[in-house]
Design a binder for this molecule. Structure first.
Ligand SMILES: C[S@@+](CC[C@H](N)C(=O)[O-])C[C@H]1O[C@@H](n2cnc3c(N)ncnc32)[C@H](O)[C@@H]1O
Length: 300
C-alpha cells in the first residue's frame, strides 16, 4: 500500500492518502473502507470501546503526553484521550468518512483529525504515546506500520495496541459465517475470500513482532472478552467491524451478486438467533491482544 512516497520529518504536513481498493493480485491484499458505517460507528462499537478504555488504563498516562491515535475511526476514543492529557492529540485514519465524522462530532475539542495510512505516517519523533485500538488487525502491512510507529515516537515513546487476535477471533462470528455458507452459492463465493485481517495466534508472536521493530514489550496478553447481549445487539457489533470485511467486494475474487450483503446479513441474524440461550441472550466472545511497549533504545 502507499503511494511510494515516504514522508519527511515535517509533522505539520497533512498527508492525504487516496482510498483505494486493491484486489485480485497475487501477493496483494484486500483493503476495506469503513466510511459507509461512520455515522453509526459510535453507537455500535461496544466491544471496541470497552476494550479501548481498558487499553487506555493500561497506558497509565501522566496527563501531559502528546498522543497519536492510529486508526482512530470516528474519534470516539480519541476524544477520551483528549480528556486524559493536556498535550497535543492527533487522530489519523485511512477512511475519509470516518475522519469527516470525527471532525463533525468533535470540532471544538482541540483534536487534529486527518486522513492517512498507518504505514505512511507523516510524523517523526512527534509523540510520547501511540494509541492503536481495534485497528491493527486491519493494517495490511504490520511490519511497515511498526516502523512508522517507531519513527513517529519520541525517544522512550510508548505504544498501546489492542486488536482482534487469533484465527478464532470470535467463535460467534465464525459460526455465523459458517451458517451463511450453508447456501451453495455463498459457499462458492467464500472459496475466493481473501481475509483482510492480520491475526497472530499467540501473545509470544505479537511480542516478537514488536521486539523486532525496536520495542521492549511491557504487557502482552490475549484475553477472551465476553459481551452478553441480545442477537440484535450482536448484529450491531458485527456491523461495526467484521462486516467491513465479510461484505466487501474487495475481499472476494469473484464479483458479488447485488443481493449478497442482504443475504449475508440475513444469515448472520439467523445464526445469532440460533446462538441465543433460553433467555434470548448470546455470550459474544472475542479474543483480543492487549499490548503495551516502549522504544527499546532510549535515544532513538
Ligand atoms: C474497527 S475501527 C476502530 C476505530 C477506533 N480505533 C475504535 O477503537 O473505535 C478500525 C479503523 O481502522 C481504520 N484503518 C484500517 N486500516 C488502516 C490503515 N492502514 N491506516 C489507518 N487506518 C486504518 C479503519 O478505517 C477504521 O476506521
Amino acid at each position: 500500500m502507499g503511494n511510494g512516497h515516504h514522508p519527511s520529518g515535517n509533522d505539520t504536513v497533512v498527508h492525504p492518502v487516496p482510498i483505494r481498493v486493491l484486489v485480485g493480485k497475487k501477493g496483494g491484499y484486500a483493503m476495506t473502507d469503513f466510511s459507509t458505517i461512520a455515522h453509526s460507528y459510535r453507537e455500535k462499537s461496544l466491544v471496541q470501546a470497552s476494550a479501548g478504555k481498558q487499553l487506555m488504563d493500561m497506558l497509565a498516562l501522566a496527563g501531559d503526553e502528546d498522543i497519536l491515535d492510529v486508526g482512530c475511526g470516528a474519534g470516539n476514543l480519541t476524544v477520551e484521550l483528549r480528556g486524559r492529557t493536556v498535550g497535543r492529540v492527533v487522530g489519523i485514519d485511512q477512511a475519509q468518512g470516518m475522519i469527516r465524522r470525527a471532525q463533525e462530532q468533535y470540532a471544538d475539542r482541540n483534536i487534529e483529525f486527518q486522513v492517512g495510512s498507518s504505514d505512511c505516517l507523516p510524523f517523526t519523533k512527534a509523540f510520547e504515546v501511540i494509541f492503536c485500538n481495534s485497528a491493527f488487525q486491519w493494517f495490511p502491512r504490520p511490519k511497515a506500520t511498526l516502523r512508522e510507529f517507531h519513527r513517529a515516537l519520541r525517544p522512550s515513546g510508548r505504544v498501546g495496541m489492542q486488536a482482534s487476535a487469533t484465527r478464532n477471533y470470535s467463535p460467534n462470528f465464525l459460526r455465523a459465517i459458517a451458517h451463511c455458507r450453508r447456501s451453495a452459492e455463498i459457499d462458492r463465493l467464500f472459496a475466493g475470500f481473501r481475509s483482510p485481517w492480520f491475526f497472530l495466534d499467540s501473545a509470544e508472536e505479537y511480542q516478537t513482532l514488536f521486539e523486532q521493530a525496536g520495542f521492549t514489550v511491557n504487557t502482552c496478553r490475549i484475553a477472551a472478552l465476553h459481551l452478553p447481549c441480545t442477537p440484535l445487539k450482536a448484529f450491531d457489533v458485527f456491523n461495526s467491524g467484521a462486516a467491513a470485511g465479510y461484505l466487501s467486494q474487495a475481499c472476494f475474487s469473484d464479483p458479488l451478486p447485488e443481493d449478497f450483503a442482504e443475504r449475508m446479513r440475513q444469515g448472520v441474524r439467523e445464526s445469532f438467533e440460533e446462538q441465543a440461550d433460553a433467555d434470548g441472550r448470546i455470550d459474544l466472545v472475542f479474543h483480543r491482544i492487549f499490548l503495551t511497549a516502549a522504544k527499546t533504545d532510549p535515544t532513538a
